[in-house]
Design a binder for this molecule. Structure first.
Ligand code: EPU
Length: 422
């Protein structure tokens, strides 16, 4: 028997919510533990399915992994298996991040092509060409990406696009290469900075984290470390949008507000009053909204642009805003597919290529809808909060891959949401 969410719209969200560690950071940090023999400890791990899946993937490579609340202890042996083709690997996108560390340490890797969300084509050409510039040969064979190298040597790499995954893999291979590697047009996301920070704590020499040019001076070995995962800026953004859409008052804790600078600016443009809290235990922000939001345009771009992962929330907000908004999606061509589900809820929306035009209406109308990926699913729940009647959201396992305690947090903020057996 499967479960779905039943969302009764109409409640104003009010209260406080804690944000956990970032999904798109923790999985890469777990992969980075492969680079050092011994026990690496990662804290503030979110309680989401992808973490135990990644733990299984690391175990299949010979690591011992202990998950204890929000702490992951990964003990990496001297001799690692280079075959990462277990079932767990195919189930999550981030599994591809073991490729760089395995090539770095074993000089050979066989990694199952990753799974993950159905948001459009997700090629690996930049991962491959980056590793090839470092001296590896790579090819696809029997559903796996294979990489082999005699040795890895520093080089200059220009990425066609600031891909997070390609930056991470090249970085994690380059830290153990001989000489200096420069990655130009590198991704600048906070999760990349988090990874660079942990690698440097392990003894790597990475300069330029958070800029488009990463310079990596290779070292011969890394040592294990302890590292705390940064707060999840996408989860934080979800609560910010929820506050504006329900004309609520939500205090979000546990995330660096500067990782959401553009998001918070857009929420201000929609009419919200936003306060940021920097550093320490209070770190986070508060969003207070009175009255109907005003329509705002959004364009997705790599960080510090507006994240593609937040695009479904921008669509959801636009459906109930006053005026017409244009949303432009520049990263994943299938990410507008979920708009058909929004239309079931009465949204006045049209798409043309990578543009969506949404005319806001006063109130959505409840309907059964199906989540197709984590963020689209969360966006549908946000829309359900603004619909009259009970919106049934199916395929919620997608949502739960990114949001620990989603229903519990929503209920704490006053939403009328329940988990129901289908
Ligand atoms: N791309 C290529 N070739 C490559 C690699 C990427 O053409 O070799 C293209 C992609 O097709 C896409 C763009 O480059 O158009 C950016 O892709 P990127 O590599 O940055 O994405 P990713 O590393 O596969 C991560 C997140 C996604 C998030 C994107 C963009 C993880 C596990 N996933 O994916 O998160 O949407 O970056 O920010 O870190 C999510 O959390 O819901 C999610 C899908």
């Amino acid at each position: 028997m499967s479960e779905h969410f039943r969302v009764h719209g109409g409640a104003r969200l009010v209260g406080e919510v804690d944000v956990v560690g970032a999904k798109n950071s923790v999985l890469k940090l777990m992969a980075a533990a492969l680079l050092a023999e011994g026990t690496t400890t990662i804290t503030n791990c979110p309680d989401i399915l992808d973490v135990p899946l990644m733990a299984d993937a690391l175990r299949s490579l010979g690591c011992e992994v202990e998950l204890d609340g929000d702490v992951a202890r990964i003990t990496t042996p001297q001799e690692l298996s280079h075959r990462a083709d277990s079932e767990a690997m195919g189930k999550l996108r981030a599994s591809i991040c073991v490729l760089g560390p395995l090539v770095g340490r074993c000089k050979r890797a066989v990694v199952a092509l990753p799974g993950g969300d159905a948001i459009g084509s997700r090629p690996l050409d930049m991962h491959q060409s980056g590793l090839e510039k470092l001296g590896a040969r790579t090819w696809i064979e029997h559903g796996c990406i294979v990489a082999e190298a005699e040795g890895l040597h520093g080089t200059q790499i220009w990425l066609d696009f600031p891909s997070m995954g390609a930056t991470e893999n090249i970085l994690m291979a380059a830290v153990l290469a001989t000489g200096t590697t420069v990655i130009d047009n590198a991704a600048r996301e906070p999760e990349i900075v988090d990874l660079c920070l942990m690698l440097n704590q392990m003894g790597a020499k990475v300069e330029g984290a958070g800029t488009s040019t990463l310079t990596v001076h290779g070292v011969t070995e890394l040592k294990p470390t302890e590292h705390r995962v940064i707060g999840d800026r996408i989860v934080g953004a979800t609560w910010g949008f929820a506050a504006v859409m329900t004309r609520g008052d939500v205090r979000v804790r546990g995330v660096n507000p500067h990782h959401l600078d553009l998001v918070l600016e857009k929420l201000r443009m929609a009419g919200a009053e936003v306060t940021v809290y920097e550093g320490g235990e209070d770190e986070g922000f508060r969003v207070v909204m009175e009255g109907r939001p005003k329509a705002v345009d959004f364009v997705t771009l790599p960080y510090p642009g507006f994240a593609t992962d937040n695009q479904p929330f921008a669509i959801a907000l636009s459906t109930v805003s006053e005026g017409t908004a244009m949303i432009t999606e520049n990263l994943f061509e299938s990410r507008f597919r979920f708009i058909d589900e929004m239309i079931r809820l009465g949204a006045d929306a049209r798409t043309d290529g990578h543009h969506a035009v949404i005319r806001g209406i006063e109130k959505l109308s409840s309907a059964p809808v199906w989540a197709s990926d984590i963020r689209a699913g969360a966006g549908l729940v946000l829309a359900g909060l603004c619909a009259d009647g009970a919106t049934e959201v199916y395929e919620i396992f997608h949502i739960e891959r990114g949001y620990p305690g989603f229903v519990e947090n929503l209920r704490k903020l006053g939403a009328d949401v329940e988990r129901v057996s289908s």
